[in-house]
Design a protein around this ligand. Structure first.
Ligand SMILES: [Zn+2]
Length: 373
């Protein structure tokens, strides 16, 4: 695929993000009498391997390295309740604990690492706003898009993107923000935080009925002044390139064009990949590359090119790095010279899943109709 123009691309990560310790859960299941302890699904490995792939290539020289800082309590409190913040801080000072549900584990020092993640999103957003870079990718842990105001959940302690948006709102003259969430799970936290806000357009493309269960429906469109500014695109399990492109063409592009954001965030999860153990979608790296380029075009048209992606989920240790890489390549407008060694075989195996199927089209059309796009 022909790359779009060259862009100065910020790359933000930190060794501490890989020290966030999710314990000995077996995938997302608590160990017990009949559940052998294992490795938590949200382990450092997927993300570390993404960073490692960049580190062993010359592509790292094409990126501008950004250094995260911790978000302050005041910055976190613009999004989250002080009880949630203090609770996390207190647990973190001892042995760690749970973020607010029964599967999101963190260890000692976990609060500090999550604060560094949220602060990293601020640093990336600032760097783009101040034109130190054109676009930025923040590879951070823990992820953020499930975290609601009063508690963490779904492996997320703080809503990193919301913390960055609230920072920009207070320190710049920007007023309109869009969040495009292509993580395979519903971006419930971001939806919840901005549900009645007409100035933050939240769009979540996710596998229908995956997580959190029973929400993320088309009918959740926002409330009060925010009515119409929350768009859920539940996509049936088994969808691939065809369904995602159809959703982008018919929902994401017209919705963003109508809204005209001044800054676009991508909640960038790679768990809709064919190789992901927590979902049943069939994407490969070329679709992520295409989606990234479409977001950049929208940003060029409305938001002076301003895009920040924060890393969310993605649980295939082998395939996340290749999906992440193509997004970075799309951002930079340059090829890294690294070949996705998995894509050909794997696309061939899922050939029929890559075409838009009638039941997938029906779901996306219903969303389009609901939002009059
Ligand atoms: Zn996810």
């Amino acid at each position: 695929m022909a790359m779009s123009k060259l862009r100065k691309t910020g790359w933000l990560t930190h060794e501490y993000f890989f020290w966030h310790d999710t314990g000995n859960y077996a995938s997302s299941f608590k160990p017990g009498e009949f559940m052998q302890p294992g490795k938590h699904a949200e382990s450092p490995e997927t993300k570390r391997r993404f960073k490692s792939l960049i580190d062993v290539s010359t592509f790292k020289h094409d990126l501008i390295h950004l250094e995260p800082r911790k978000a302050t309590e005041e910055e976190l409190a613009r999004v989250h309740s002080t009880s949630h913040i203090h609770n996390m801080q207190k647990l973190s000072e001892n042995d760690g604990g749970l973020m607010g549900d029964n599967e999101s584990v963190f260890g000692p020092f976990g609060f500090d690492i999550a604060s560094l993640g949220a602060g990293g999103a601020i640093v990336a957003a600032d760097a783009v706003y101040k034109k130190e870079v054109d676009v930025a990718y923040a590879l951070l842990r823990p992820p953020g898009h499930h975290a609601v105001k009063d508690h963490g959940m779904g492996f997320c302690m703080f809503n990193n993107i919301a913390v960055a948006i609230e920072h920009l709102r207070r320190t710049t003259n920007l007023t309109k923000f869009a969040v495009i969430d292509w993580d395979v799970h519903h971006g419930n936290g971001t939806q919840d935080i901005y549900y009645s806000d007409p100035n933050v357009l939240t769009i979540s493309l996710h596998q229908e009925d995956l997580y959190p269960r029973f929400i993320g429906t088309i009918q959740e469109t926002g409330e009060g002044a925010g009515k119409g500014f929350n768009i859920n695109v539940p996509i049936p399990a088994g969808s691939g390139d065809g369904a995602y492109k159809y959703a982008f063409e018919n929902i994401v592009k017209p919705a963003v064009s109508k809204f005209k954001p001044e800054f676009i965030f991508i909640a960038s999860g790679f768990d809709a990949s064919y190789h992901d153990p927590l979902s049943r979608m069939a994407l490969h790296s070329p679709t992520y590359s295409w989606m990234a380029q479409e977001v950049l075009k929208l940003a060029d048209e409305f938001a002076q090119g301003r895009v920040v992606a924060t890393h969310e989920g993605g649980y295939s240790e082998v395939y996340v790095p290749f999906c992440g890489l193509v997004v970075l390549e799309a951002f930079a407008g340059k090829s890294s010279g690294i070949k996705d060694s998995i894509v050909e075989d794997s696309q061939a195996m899922t050939r029929r899943d890559q075409t838009l199927l009638p039941h997938q089209k029906e779901m996306i059309d219903e969303c389009k109709l609901t939002h009059k796009l």
